[in-house]
Design a protein around this ligand. Structure first.
Ligand SMILES: [Cu+2]
Length: 186
């Protein structure tokens, strides 16, 4: 009897361990603190009809939210650009079909670190002397899981030609839509 209880205990422990591994398998932290594999990605191209690629972004689930890592190029040197997640996964009509900022919690626009901000708000991009910029920001209001209210799957990144002032409503006086990219499975 004792032996049987022990073996059941051992078995359930093994099952629990296997389940835990299965659940966290896709979110295992790598050496750099990021997840093993990006879950979603987006390529931003210019909205001027030439479809020049200006940026590549990957979205990875991490412990505290979703890491938004992107590299941009071909922009004006030493300049500031607004970048947001917009609600609709479409870049047609010069990026206008992307709609407004992703805002499922119905908040005012603001700095992404503030409580009063859209879920899709992100910090401005600052380009270097070569017109390149990097964004590496953990957004703790979004998920990468399709069908969830906070999911950014099949939404869009929009890069604007001006800086976001983080104050003006509804979009920080960020200017025209310079580039756009739909967020897809990677
Ligand atoms: Cu925007």
């Amino acid at each position: 009897m004792l032996t049987r209880i022990q073996s059941i205990k051992t078995l359930s422990l093994a099952t629990a361990t296997a389940l835990t591994l299965a659940l966290t398998g896709c979110q295992t932290m790598g050496m750099d603190g990021t997840a093993d594999a990006p879950e979603l990605a987006s390529t931003l191209t210019s909205t001027d009809g030439n479809e020049v690629t200006v940026g590549q972004v990957v979205l990875r689930p991490v412990e505290t939210g979703v890491q938004v890592y992107g590299e941009f190029m071909g922009l004006n040197p030493n300049s500031t650009y607004a970048l947001h997640i917009h609600e609709t996964g479409s870049c047609g009509n010069g990026g206008k079909y992307a709609g407004g900022h992703f805002n499922p919690t119905d908040k005012p626009h603001g700095h992404p670190d503030e409580e009063a901000s859209h879920v899709g708000d992100l910090p401005n991009l600052e380009t270097d002397a070569e017109g390149k910029a990097v964004i590496n920001y953990v957004n703790n209001d979004i998920s990468t899981t399709p069908m969830q209210d906070d999911s950014v799957y099949n939404r869009s990144f929009v890069l604007h030609d001006g800086a976001d002032d983080y104050v003006s409503q509804p979009s920080g006086n960020s200017g025209d839509r310079l580039a756009c990219g739909i967020i897809v499975a990677s």
